[in-house]
Design a protein around this ligand. Structure first.
Ligand code: PMP
Length: 394
């Protein structure tokens, strides 16, 4: 028997090429050079705004002896989130059904752990956020991949989802606005999805839950609008992270909210709390919990993100690239002009442009750009993109 459990070895195998890429020291060093135009991850490339930092500094000031005590879901924080959710969405979330998390990594881990037994299946849509499969395996369940409808702008393929439901299906993860496609699922699709899940639940004799990963629900471009899938299917977990809205993924803050009409509400409420504790007290640190009422009022600078998106989409198209225009999120999908996306990422790298190759997120032949790259990087990258496509087309 080796040092690592079989389950851990399985998890590591699933993460595969991502582990390699994410831990490439030479690449990380090249990305840190001042010349680098870094489009790889959704990381900030501008210094955090003063109002964000000031809110954290204020929240660090003790309000009493319990300020830094073990805190589960700070009442003032969940009240402020509840108010915000009820104002934005037609779901009457109760404050006591809101659980604070360390972002959607943890929200998903808790929800999955709470729901699945070994052998249960969890459906996810491909191309996915690259950790879904790993998190499903880590929770002990079996991942079931359903391809998005690439002929229709990466919409949900409802027929394929219906066909993927088996008596072992326990949950489906839906991510809108979608990373990496930028797609926002329309109300008609969500209504049809709810019917499929309802019928699937009836057929299999147990409830199929919807995990609605809404990391980007505040990053929506004109003229599009977002509605939560949780408004269409009451048996949903709404998962949110402040990482994207406030461009602060290192702060590890988010929440999970279950709707008032979810099946098994009382059992789930208690079980989710146990999930948080047994995952290692997976609650946000005190400072972040106290800052939530102020952070809730902050908004991402959509015009800035939209301008960068527009610059990249139009310039790359003029240069001959095929580009998917996102409706939300801060990602732009681009088809690699050569089949080998890794190889093309290397060509771009010789021009100091760093992108995420599609092989990392089940889209070989494509690459993804994050417009969290600052304005200067976007401007400086454009000649690099032009030279790279010219080189491989020569
Ligand atoms: N879901 C999606 C779709 C994401 O893009 C990300 C972050 N890239 C996460 C979940 C994880 O969010 P966090 O880092 O805030 O836990």
């Amino acid at each position: 028997m080796g040092a690592v459990s079989k389950q851990t070895a399985d998890i590591m195998r699933v993460l595969g090429s991502f582990r390699e890429f994410g831990t490439d020291d030479e690449l990380s060093e090249a990305m840190r050079r001042p010349e680098a135009c870094d489009f790889v991850y959704g990381n900030p490339h501008d210094v955090a705004p003063k109002d964000y930092v000031d809110a954290l500094v204020r929240a660090a000031q003790p309000t009493g002896s319990s300020h830094y005590a073990y805190t589960m879901d700070l009442p003032a924080a969940v009240a402020s989130i509840g108010e915000d959710l009820r104002a934005r969405f037609p779901v009457a979330f109760h404050d006591h059904d809101i659980h604070l998390t360390n972002g959607n990594f943890v929200g998903l881990a808790i929800a999955l752990r709470t729901l699945v037994d070994p052998g249960d299946e969890v459906i996810f849509v491909s191309p996915p956020w690259f950790f879904y499969e790993t998190l499903i395996v880590a929770a002990g369940a079996t991942p079931v991949r359903v391809l998005a409808d690439r002929d229709h702008d990466f919409d949900l393929d409802l027929g394929a989802i219906e066909a993927a439901i088996t008596p072992r299906t326990r949950a489906i993860i839906v991510n809108s606005p979608n990373n990496p496609s930028g797609r926002i699922y329309r109300p008609e699709q969500l209504t049809a999805l709810a019917t499929i899940l309802e019928e699937g639940s009836t057929r299999s004799g147990h409830r199929i839950y919807l995990l609605s990963d809404e990391a980007y629900n505040r990053i929506v471009f004109e003229p599009h609008t977002f509605t939560t899938p949780a408004a269409y299917y009451p048996h949903s977990f709404l998962l949110y992270t402040y990482a994207k809205t406030l461009l602060s993924p290192g702060s590890r803050l988010g929440y999970l909210a279950v709707g008032p009409d979810i099946e098994g509400a009382d059992d789930l409420r208690a079980a989710l709390q146990i999930g948080q504790i047994t995952l290692g007290w997976a609650y946000p640190v005190s400072i972040l919990q106290h800052a939530i009422p102020e952070l809730n009022a902050m908004r991402p600078d959509i015009p800035v993100l939209q301008r960068r998106r527009d610059t990249l989409v139009s310039t790359l198209r003029e240069q001959g690239y095929e580009v998917v225009e996102p409706q939300g999120t801060f990602y732009v999908l681009v088809r690699s002009p050569i089949e080998d996306d890794r190889r093309f990422a290397e060509v771009l790298r010789t021009h100091d442009v760093f992108v995420l190759p599609g092989g990392m997120f089940e889209m070989p032949g494509w690459f993804r750009l994050s417009v969290t790259a600052n304005d200067d990087m976007v401007e400086r990258s454009l000649p690099g993109f032009a030279k790279a496509i010219a080189e491989v087309s020569a």
